[in-house]
Ligand binder design. Structure first.
Ligand SMILES: [Zn+2]
Length: 56
C-alpha cells in the first residue's frame, strides 16, 4: 500500500488510477482531485502540509 500524500488515505499501487512522478518518486492518489492538488504544489504536501479542501 502507498499513502496518498494529499489526504493520507491508503492507495493500492496495483490498482491506482491516478499517479504522479515528482523528482524521481511516483506518488499514488485516491482521486483525480488529490492528484491535481498535489501537482499544483507538491512540495507543500511532501512537507506534510495537508489540505483543508481535498476533493476525494
Ligand atoms: Zn486522496
Amino acid at each position: 500500500m502507498a499513502s496518498d500524500p494529499v489526504c493520507k488515505m491508503n492507495v493500492d499501487e496495483k490498482t491506482a488510477k491516478w499517479t504522479s512522478e515528482h523528482e524521481g518518486t511516483t506518488y499514488y492518489f485516491c482521486a483525480e482531485g488529490c492528484k491535481e492538488d498535489f501537482e499544483d504544489n507538491p512540495d507543500w504536501f511532501l512537507k506534510g502540509g495537508g489540505t483543508t479542501s481535498h476533493r476525494c
